[in-house]
Write a protein that binds this ligand. Structure first.
Ligand code: ADP
Ligand code: MG
Length: 401
């Protein structure tokens, strides 16, 4: 295992043409592809020997994220290091920053890792968000204001894809939910009347240059992103422009370098509220690989390497469908509850449709709710992309949207 050897520095020219990625998931894999297309080498750090990005990387350092020997080896091999997942220990980024270019910075990642710090950053930046309160003690629980109920109780850290959160109708349910979440530090948000959900990906360079991708409209099922449509069908131009402005503002006020995703809610009354941020490319930006002339991964690479940022142009309307592990299990004859018979989804049926781009992440084991891949449909118009995506969904056995 490489982390057991002392780090041998790469020749400076080779080191300058190598990027390091903390985390070996699909976001890292797509960044590896982008880096290699531009002639860079990619070194991935992940404890899983079969991690999706590790399969594609020039070199996999198979070790824990906080293994100091592995971090040293990465610093010796790579001039620039980024992270592909949010919960990399911020201290690791901090320690690497003495030895190589690191973006995003540990301080920004720390904010995005913690829902309360994130909400405070929204406030500091003048960006509205849901009414909320920290729940960290029994006294906090007692002091909850009536207007926060019904609400959503979320663990302050390590939540994703709807995990670590509970909807609560009243005080009794709130107390129960906090107990169920292990009385860990939580944030209670008022349950919002949501019309639709948006996200914006911003890229900001070390020189302060800032560009963004078009505003995306996202549909979640069971707390997991299911469908992204761009252009956003239910959003007027003024709201889209305001979301992009807020996302850029949030990057500027963190002095952020890298790709930042900001999720928003549009309420029934039209108000726009920030939901959460991710300090990296995002599932909702995957369509940009096939529908834009500069993708979120291209932007990530450019911000990391200090290369110029051009404003991306969307050349095709796009609909992205997430492919979760559930698709790998056949439904029973009645089409009801799925039984555990593994099968391969019918890829030829969807590839027969025009403008279909299939991305699979190389995960050997399908599991329910696990992101196995995605499919982007591109077309000359939003209506055509949607029509084809609905056909693709039907052929795969996904619900309509
Ligand atoms: P995660 O980190 O799991 O993505 P989010 O905070 O984005 O956590 O919540 C996941 C989903 O739950 C959101 O996309 C939205 O559909 C729903 N949700 C979250 N917070 C609220 C809220 N305050 N009111 C109503 N729905 C919410
Ligand atoms: Mg979210």
């Amino acid at each position: 295992m490489s982390a057991e050897r002392p780090a041998t520095p790469a020749a400076p020219a080779a080191r300058a043409r190598s990027i390091g990625i903390l985390g070996g998931g699909q976001l890292g894999r797509m960044l590896v592809h982008e880096a290699q297309a531009m002639g860079y080498r990619a070194v991935v750090l992940d404890p899983d020997p079969s991690a999706p990005a590790g399969q594609a990387a020039d070199r996999l350092l198979c070790a824990a994220y906080d293994d100091p020997a592995a971090a040293s080896e990465m610093a010796a091999l790579c001039a620039a290091v980024t992270t592909e997942f949010e919960n990399v220990p911020a201290a690791v980024l901090q320690s690497l920053a003495d030895r190589c270019v690191v973006s995003p910075a540990a301080a920004a990642v720390r904010i995005c890792q913690h829902r309360a710090l994130e909400k405070a950053h929204f406030g500091r930046s003048g960006v509205p968000c849901a009414p909320h309160a920290r729940i960290e003690s029994a006294a906090d629980l007692q002091a909850v204001a009536d207007e926060l109920l019904p609400g959503v109780l979320k663990t302050s850290q390590l939540g994703y894809d709807g995990k670590g959160q509970r909807r609560v109708a009243d005080r009794a349910a709130l107390a129960e939910a906090w107990q169920a979440l292990g009385r860990s530090p939580c944030l209670l948000e008022a349950l919002l009347p949501i019309r639709c959900e948006l996200s914006v990906l911003v890229a900001r360079g070390a020189d302060g240059a800032c560009v963004h991708l078009p505003v995306q409209q996202n549909l979640h099922r069971d707390g997991i992103l299911a469908v992204t449509q761009v252009p956003a069908p239910d959003v007027d131009a003024a709201t889209a422009a305001e979301a992009a402005r807020m996302a850029r503002e949030l990057a500027v006020t963190m002095d952020y370098v890298g790709v930042l995703c900001v999720e928003f809610f549009v309420l029934q009354d039209g108000r726009l509220l920030a939901n959460e941020m991710a300090p990296r490319p995002h599932n909702s930006g995957h369509y940009s690989i096939d529908a834009c002339d500069l993708s979120q991964f291209g932007l990530q690479l450019r911000t990391l390497l200090g290369l110029p940022l051009a404003m991306p142009r969307q050349h095709s309307a796009a609909v992205m469908l997430n492919l979760l592990g559930d698709l790998w299990f056949a439904a029973d004859a009645a089409g009801g509850a799925a039984v555990a018979t593994p099968r391969e989804p019918d890829w030829p049926a969807v590839l027969a449709l025009p403008g279909v781009h299939l991305h699979l992440y190389g995960k050997a084991e399908p599991r329910r709710g696990r992101k196995m891949g995605h499919l982007t449909v591109t077309a000359a118009s939003a209506a055509a992309a949607r029509a084809t995506a609905l056909q693709a969904a039907q052929r795969l056995g996904l619900p309509p949207f």
